[in-house]
Every structure is written in C-alpha cells, then in structure tokens.
Design a protein around this ligand. Structure first.
Ligand SMILES: Nc1ncnc2c1ncn2[C@@H]1O[C@H](COP(=O)(O)OP(=O)(O)O)[C@@H](O)[C@H]1O
Ligand SMILES: Cc1cn([C@H]2C[C@H](O)[C@@H](COP(=O)(O)O)O2)c(=O)[nH]c1=O
Length: 219
C-alpha cells in the first residue's frame, strides 16, 4: 500500500542526503519518481545535500497543486511510482493535503523530508500538517549534535554567532556560516532555552534576554 512518510529532523542531520539515496534506490529497482523541493540553499529547482550531491527538482511555489500536477503527467502517459519532497516544512498545509490524496487515490508513495520547527521552536505549517496526516513520521538516525555533545533537537538562528528570536519564519540559510553572517546552529533544548550558542559559550556569555522558562520554579 502506498504511504505518506515524513522524514524529519533538525537542520544538517542528513535529510536531503537520504532523499537523494531513496531516489537512487527506487530508481535502481526500475521505479519512476518526481523530485520536488522549495527554497533549497543551492538555488531554484535543485535538491542539494551537504555531502556534495545534488539533482534537478521541480520548484514548489504557493500556487503549485501537487494533485493536479501529478494527474496531468499521468494523463499524458507518464509513469509515476513515488514522489520525493524536500524542504517540505515550506509547503502550505493544503499542499500536504494534496500529497495525502495522491497517496490514497493514486497509490503513489510520497516521501517528504523537512525540519519540524523554526528558530522559535514553532512548527512550520507544512510540518504541522505532515505530522497530522503522515502514515509514518521517521526521525533521522544520524544525530546532529549540539556544541555540548548532546543530541541536537532544535534549530537556532544566529547573527554574528548570537542566537536571535525575532524575524521572519522563513530565511533560507546554512549552518557553519562565518560569524558575521545570519546563519543557523543546531542545539539541544537546554542550550536553545538558554540561547547559548557555540560562540557565546566560548565567550562565557549568556544572553541577558533569557527565554520565559527561565524563571519557572525547579529549573
Ligand atoms: N565532509 C563531510 N564528511 C562526512 N559527512 C558530512 C560532511 N559534510 C556533511 N556531512 C554529513 O552530511 C549531513 C548533512 O546532510 P544534508 O543532507 O545536507 O542535511 P539536511 O538536509 O538534513 O540539512 C551532516 O549531518 C553530516 O552527517
Ligand atoms: C530553523 C529555520 C530554518 N530555515 C531554513 C534554513 C534552511 O534554508 C532550511 C533548512 O534546510 P536544511 O536542509 O534542513 O538544513 O530552512 C528557515 O527558513 N527558518 C527557520 O526558522
């Protein structure tokens, strides 16, 4: 039976690499797929992994109707066994509903990949809907690590190495950028709560603007 699967994790935990591997493995067995992505760091209509591999993809925008797109291709005689959807956190909730319909009505597997939460620990719309609808949510085995060595569970946005909590939900960017740039850093919850990045930990600085949990008794 076809499935809607959400492979989730923090930034930099290997989601795009897995997307490319899954496409490769399915193709190797004669299956035909379509690759979609939205706002990949490497540019439009490309799915890229930090391991250096990349492939062409269909760029998703707000107007794309996945179901209509797939039905059109099938009507033109295409064979489609599966869809790979990277950066699925950026999809609209309605687009995730369309993906579920593709699985149920067209018996096509849909493999989605994305981060669950933004730099403020809030669910992205696409991820929220995937958690609601997916047959399976798989957390990636490869653990990204916080600077302290604990498993990283949260994504921090940094400016000059310092964690920020204001700004637009979507700002395309990367980890390991130079310290004067806007970037991202994966942290364990403890250090995300304390807004303690590698740079501020090195400098022995704790942001004075602490998160609300800080005053909670027992913490
Ligand atoms: N030079 C390297 N050597 C080995 N593994 C690397 C190297 N650079 C990146 N990686 C691996 O690639 C992962 C990031 O892969 P990627 O698919 O780009 O992540 P995601 O899509 O989850 O952001 C890292 O967690 C690390 O395991
Ligand atoms: C936390 C967070 C991330 N983003 C962006 C930054 C990257 O362009 C992608 C994640 O890509 P990856 O392949 O998983 O590394 O999401 C954002 O726009 N807003 C955020 O809060």
């Amino acid at each position: 039976m076809a499935e809607l699967v959400f492979f989730s994790g923090t930034m930099d935990c290997g989601k795009s690499t897995l997307a490319l591997q899954m496409d490769h493995n399915h193709q190797a067995r004669g299956r035909r797929g379509i690759i979609f992505t939205r706002n990949d760091r490497a540019g439009s209509a490309i799915l890229s992994s930090r391991l250096g591999l990349s492939t062409e993809a269909v760029e998703v925008d707000d107007a794309l109707d996945f179901h209509a797109h797939v039905v059109k291709l099938l009507s033109a005689g295409a064979r489609i066994d599966y869809l790979i959807c990277d950066e699925a956190q950026f999809f609209r909730a309605e687009q995730v509903d369309q993906l579920a319909r593709i699985v149920d009505d067209l018996a096509i597997d849909v493999f989605t990949f994305g981060i669950t939460t933004d730099f403020r620990t809030r669910l992205f719309p696409g991820s929220a809907r995937l958690i609601e609808l997916a047959d399976r949510v798989e957390v990636l085995q490869v653990e990204a690590l916080c600077w302290c060595g604990a498993r990283a569970t949260h994504n921090a946005r940094t400016v000059g190495g310092v964690m920020v909590v204001e700004g637009a939900q979507v700002v395309v960017g990367d980890v390991a950028v130079s310290e004067d740039q806007v970037g991202y850093e994966v942290l364990c919850r403890r250090h995300h709560r304390k807004r303690m990045t590698a740079a501020t930990a090195r400098a022995g600085v704790l942001s004075p603007d602490v998160l609300p949990f800080e005053g909670t008794p027992g913490r």
